[in-house]
Write a protein that binds this ligand. Structure first.
Ligand SMILES: [Zn+2]
Length: 257
């Protein structure tokens, strides 16, 4: 008897989770009304550099993310004039839950649950209307941090965590990473080789038909880099050099199969 009840409860929880994931996916990629995205800064280093950088963050500093997404959406012929709206939220004091690099299935599920609760708390604390997609940007001090951990964006939960540098000269590159993780939350997959980080041909190329093929000068957003030649690829400096390729457009349902 108890065993059946326990199984029933578990199935119920899984059913609710599956339904909410399905609903989230549908409601964020139907593109019939504006999608609200919130960017939440986090002072990761907790020193003067990061504190100062975050204090000076203004909506203008992240404005090119929304401009990029709406410009690219227009290129794919989306009917609405402003498909996404990206807002800067007040800084969040609490850091997001960490995921162990060797986490198994159950640890990952527990982490994902903690992440959802964390996002809900952060949004509530901001006192602003809740966005549909929440991107937490952890700012590191470039003086002490040479490389940052991998950023993530998850469609299940509609949450992203971006690791960024608190440096004026890096602001526009940070925005490239934020745009990449936003697109992950909408169902886009990476389009680079995880071993070499080189963009995959042709789906990771912004201009796959260029002749000669190299050097490329534009970046497919989910490739994250553009190829100079067959062995060298570079990170774009700004979103002006970034495009959403047809494979990504299909995944986020800008294009219907
Ligand atoms: Zn990625």
């Amino acid at each position: 008897m108890w065993r059946s009840i326990r199984i029933l409860i578990l199935l119920l929880i899984l059913g609710v989770a599956a339904y909410s994931n399905w609903y989230d996916r549908l409601s964020t990629t139907d593109w019939d009304e504006m999608l609200y995205i919130g960017v939440f800064p986090i002072d990761d280093a907790g020193n003067e550099v990061t504190r100062d950088y975050i204090a000076r963050l203004s909506p203008e500093r992240i404005a090119d993310i929304e401009q990029f997404l709406n410009r690219e959406a227009r290129r794919y012929g989306l009917a609405i004039s402003r498909p996404v709206r990206v807002d800067l939220y007040p800084p969040v004091a609490e850091k997001p839950p960490e995921r162990a690099s060797d986490a198994g299935l159950f640890q990952n599920m527990a982490w994902s649950l903690r992440m959802r609760m964390y996002a809900r708390r952060a949004v509530r604390a901001s006192g602003k209307p809740p966005p549909q997609i929440r991107i937490f940007v952890r700012y590191h001090d470039p003086t002490f941090t040479e490389s940052v951990p991998h950023s993530v964006g998850m469609q299940k939960g509609l949450v992203g965590v971006v690791h960024a540098f608190a440096d004026r000269s890096m602001t526009r590159t940070n925005n490239v990473v934020i745009a990449h993780e936003i697109l992950h939350t909408l169902g886009a997959s990476d389009k680079y080789d995880p071993a070499s980080l080189a963009p995959l041909y042709p789906i990771g190329y912004a201009e796959p038909d260029l002749d000669p093929l190299h050097p490329q000068s534009l970046t497919e957003v989910m490739a994250g880099r553009y190829a100079i030649d067959t062995h060298t690829s570079r990170i774009p400096e700004t979103l002006d050099e970034v495009r959403v390729g047809p494979a990504t457009a299909l995944e986020i349902r800008w294009v219907k199969p």
